[in-house]
Design a protein around this ligand. Sequence first.
Ligand code: 5CA
Ligand code: ZN
Length: 414
Amino acid sequence: MDAWIGHDVPRLPESADRPPLRLFDTARAAVEPSAPQGTGTMYVCGITPYDATHLGHAATMIAFDLVNRMWRDAGLDVKYVQNVTDIDDPLLERAQRDGEDWVVLAMRETALFREDMEALRIIPPAHYVGAVESIPKIVGHVVELVGKNAAYRLEDGTGDVYFDITAAPDWGYESHLSREEMTVLSAERGGDPERAGKRDPLDPLLWRGAREGEPVWDGGELGPGRPGWHIECATIALGLLGDTIDVQGGGSDLLYPHHECSAAHAEVLTGAAPFARHYAHAGMIGLAGEKMSKSKGNLVFVSRLRGDGVDPMAVRLGLLAGHYRSDREWTDEVLKAGLQRLARWREAAAAPSGPSGAGLLGAVREALADDLDAPAALAVVDAWADAALAGAGDDAAAPALMARTVDALLGIHL
Ligand code: 5CA
Ligand code: ZN
């Protein structure tokens, strides 16, 4: 499907001592360099389009947008893929609840997400891919897994096919969770550890056989049905980015079971491990003490704020004011601080001169290279803006370079 429209990203002056990006990898539980040669490949788990984009989605997309911007700034060619889970239980449940056609619901919410991403100046993925359009490839992969005895059909007549986790070379290496923790999370996040007849309660669904009243697709030798969730992302990433990717991204709610399972599927299919050099997870945005989630309904929508006339750049600055890995709250104060900062930066960018623009650029690059420390980058720009507005510094080119720096590296268009 089509992605959204991107904005030009200004090119910044070279600097010989620019530090390469270091990024936290969940599997290694450490901040490690991410300096691909020539091309950086990134797959980010996108929306299940049954409700509008909320600030949690926005925060996660902004976090990976920073990776994209840092790689581009380092001269890399970036291959970025994002999916849309345009068929899954929550979508069907919401459509049923509201008496709506699930296809229309998915199309409407995906269109809104595109608008929100464009407004937030997220660089669009080169490939924006739906689960539905990927079904033939997913079927091929599930058949391959069955052929390797890494997957099996349940003997209860449903036609459901499950992945055998004992086929995964190093099951659990990404999330480092105990079986008990995995069981709890699996039940909470779309899995079915209670289901009878599986080889292991943690085995995830690959293909769901046809059910009365549910949409179905041709599964070839699997029989009619629809795809499981984790194989969707494994298949889309493998098909477009190759056997090993630089970054697999998403919110921390996806670490288990989703990312553990999609990596396990990919590794069994290709024999190449690890599937991703970095498994990167953004923290959860909450509202009044709870994770913002469609199922809880405690949402602040990007489109609502846009509709209220809030500048999307202030929303972006509000989300960047917290570190991408920290769970944090969205409050009126966060938005207010974003609005104030945006106004001050705009004022400073119009100053006749300021302290060294090259110095500012170097310090912003350094902050972001350190595991995307956006709060530190914001503090650097704040200090520069305060100084410029106080009349300090005599670099007449600095205000323009400051504006280009925050545009290119932070996605803030002044
Ligand atoms: N379609 C799947 C991924 S394949 C999915 O999780 N969809 S989603 O609509 O629930 O979330 C879309 C993206 O936003 C995912 O990367 C998810 O991890 C992230 N996300 C969801 N809720 C939050 C939140 N409250 N804070 C931060 N990120 C969130
Ligand atoms: Zn995914």
